[in-house]
Write a protein that binds this ligand. Structure first.
Ligand SMILES: [Zn+2]
Length: 397
């Protein structure tokens, strides 16, 4: 098994070596194909260091030779690229009613995915389901289990004991005293990272979505509620206790709709799957999944249209807020809200002119729908593992 964690690396020399490997891999990921001299220039490492790392990576099967490019005199330079299937990552999303799984390669391609309904979300049952799904997606993807770098497991936040923990409509039952990291490490037998759905969504777009070239962007994630993930200059914002981005409980209307968190006028009571389901139920329409919502939308259901028309103004309000707070290159919308509904919401919102994002030299749209659809969180879990391979987390000694 290949190690993804630099934590156990001992000496300074070993740490430097690992850091330089990550720098070279990250260069290759950005440049796609490059020769040794080009990597040395881009990485500011010496040509000798780059040559050593390239030889090592090549002998371990991480690289493809992509022909030679002739530049001026001398022997044409061999071009290298990352072999996408040199390693893979498993991503899983645990919801109270289903588990989603995906296997992703180093280029961000989804090799296989799967969904299993869960009727009993107690920890031991979920652990058993997760272990079974690991085997099934590995078989589907036709990869050896040894190619998995690790698993990114995505669960609904907030984590730990906070005042909001009973407010979530999607909270898993019976998980209060469970250490999910230990549970899933045992069930899967590979290194495991536990993450929020919103932060996973941020990484999903970075590995294979709109944010491949972006360093500062925000993701408004529709789960059952609504959350915000922020990437600021290449670093994801977590907050002191890992719960930053509870956008759903930002008050947008004083004395507005009562919310389960105890406040009134929270965004989640106007714009979320939960608020939509509640609005439909008031009109005796009951939907259980995204496909049924999409069918209602296609049929031009007036109650759904009514909700959409009332949701766009509060959504525009928080988009303006996020722009002014974080100055993102773009804001991406995605998650469990079906694509046609998101597209309609985006087409209906009037973006505030009084925003720092309203600038004439924009290269990216202010608001765009994400690319990964309802698998966003599971793909994001895998993307977190892949991202760790490329992004140096330790300084060179
Ligand atoms: Zn609230």
């Amino acid at each position: 098994m290949k190690s993804i964690s630099p934590i156990h690396v001992g000496s300074n020399a070993e740490r430097t070596k690992l850091h330089n490997r990550q720098v070279v891999l990250q260069c290759l990921r950005t440049l796609q194909t490059a020769g040794r001299a080009q990597i040395a220039r881009a990485s500011k490492l010496s040509t000798q260091t780059v040559s050593n790392i390239i030889s090592e990576l090549q002998s371990e099967g991480w690289l493809l030779e992509a022909g030679r490019v002739s530049k001026g005199r001398g022997l044409p330079a061999i071009q290298y690229s990352i072999r996408p299937t040199a390693a893979t990552a498993l991503g899983m999303e645990i919801r109270s009613d289903a588990v989603f799984a995906a296997v992703v390669d180093l280029a961000g391609n989804t090799l296989a995915s799967d969904r299993t309904p869960v009727t009993d979300s107690r920890p031991e049952r979920v652990a058993a389901a997760v272990s079974k799904m690991k085997s099934s997606v590995i078989d589907k993807a036709k990869i050896p289990a040894s190619s998995l770098l690790g698993a990114g497991i995505v669960m609904p936040g907030p984590f730990g004991r906070v005042g909001l923990s009973d407010a979530g409509q999607s909270t898993l039952v019976g998980w209060h005293d469970v250490d999910p990291q230990a549970l899933f490490s045992r069930a899967l037998n590979i290194p495991v990272v536990i993450e929020h759905d919103t932060i996973a969504a941020v990484f999903a777009e970075r590995v294979s979505g709109h944010a491949i070239d972006l360093d500062s962007y925000a993701f408004i994630y529709f789960g059952t509620g609504i959350g915000l993930g922020v990437m600021a200059n290449g670093q994801v914002l977590r907050g002191a206790f890992g719960n930053a981005g509870e956008l759903g409980h930002v008050v947008i209307e004083r004395g507005g709709n009562p919310c389960a968190c105890g406040n009134s006028g929270c965004l989640e009571t106007y714009v979320s799957r939960f608020s939509l389901h509640k609005h439909l139920a008031k009109n005796n329409i009951y939907v259980s999944d995204g496909n049924e919502l999409e069918a209602l939308y296609d049929a031009g259901n007036p109650h759904l249209n009514d909700w959409l028309d009332h949701a766009s103004a509060p959504l525009a309000q928080v988009i303006g807020m996020v722009e002014n707070l974080f100055d993102p290159q773009s804001i991406i919308l995605g998650g469990a809200m079906p694509a046609p509904l998101l597209d309609y919401l985006i087409s209906q919102i009037t973006l505030a002119p009084g925003s720092i994002a309203d600038r004439s030299d924009r290269l990216t749209p202010r608001v765009v729908r994400g690319k990964s659809g309802r698998m966003t969180a599971a793909l994001g879990g895998a993307a977190i593992i892949i991202n760790e391979l490329f992004v140096p987390r330790i300084a060179a000694a």
